[in-house]
Design a protein around this ligand. Sequence first.
Ligand code: ATP
Ligand code: MG
Length: 388
Amino acid sequence: MKKIVVIHYGEIAIKGENRIYFERQLIKNIKRVLSKTEYIEIQRLRGRIIIFLTEAASEESLAIRLGNIFGIANFSFGVGVETDLQVMKETAWELIQPMAFESFSVNTRRAQKEFELNSMQLNREVGGYIQDRCKKRVDLTNPEATVHIELTERGAFLFTRKLPGLRGMPVGVSERAVSLLSSGIDSPVASHMMMKRGVHLVYAHFHSQPYTSKASQDNTEKLVELLTKLQYYSKVYFVPFIDIQKEIMTKAPAPFRVLLYRRYMIRLSERIAGIERCRALVTGENVAQVASQTLSNIRVVGEVTSLPILRPLAGFDKDEIVQRARTIGTYDISIAPYEDCCTLFIPDKPATKAHSDRLEAAEKLLEMDDLLDEAMQRAEMKIFRSGE
Ligand code: ATP
Ligand code: MG
């Protein structure tokens, strides 16, 4: 009898070669959070991944780590035995016996059809064996306890409880993107959503030190530390933005300032994307959340790059975003007091329907080339790791 974890993933759409790629990335991500003393081997079997555990492995601690991996739909701790009817009966009984239940069911899935009994027959045989011992009722629709049996080419896997995973796609299967991470509530949630689709993120944070304290950078670091648990390795570019802001503030019309800040952030992020071979940008922008987030403004901000800008929060209400931020644990970090680089020098009335011509005209008056190069040269890159 071997201690195992059975891992199921969702997304039936993954077929053919994509599936192998998906499974390999998932196994790679799983290995990153396991220590060598915890497992003997990891096997990829039709539609599921099996981890063979060592005696030393602790289920409780593993459950937390596996619960933080994108791409897992659910996972179960159980045992692997040979595909032999008597052995399966006894094992099923051993697993279910310590549970408190009045009704139960046996649920068999066959990934390998060679066993002499089909799923229904095996359910009945094993169910009958358990019933003889405990005299409890079989209930197929709403049982209090279930023994799952999965027959595979590597033997039978039995378990009683499925723990929910994070779902989504394994980080790393969907190329890379630069996420513009302020230390506000929205952008960490946007980042989380894109990682959930398998995108590996490189972060860009723009700061106004020494005009603001280091708090926004410190907060951003805390956020990245937390988000790195989901992708194991993150690079963050801390880009000094104050000189660019000053140039805008002194030479551009007040209503355009916020949009101009954003356009230069996008341009710098595009440069980072070039260095890091990223295929898209991610922001926490949302339609109509604040007066400046109109479709016209979203358009003029996006115009300065040819990279697609992913805005996963575009259609959410603020309370939905806050709810998500709480669930993923970024909310408390995001609400810590700090001065955002954009709260500095923010005009009272930003333009709500800006036109590209007018922004381009305003940009013609700015001397930005050297300032942009300098910002990139002075940017500090930091690496965060987790899971080792
Ligand atoms: P957030 O809650 O993420 O700060 P927000 O609701 O404050 O967003 P804006 O201030 O309009 O909205 O910013 C829109 C997006 O621009 C942010 O979600 C983020 O992706 C990006 N952004 C804004 N400020 C910065 C910054 N200082 N560094 C990096 N990205 C930023
Ligand atoms: Mg903000």
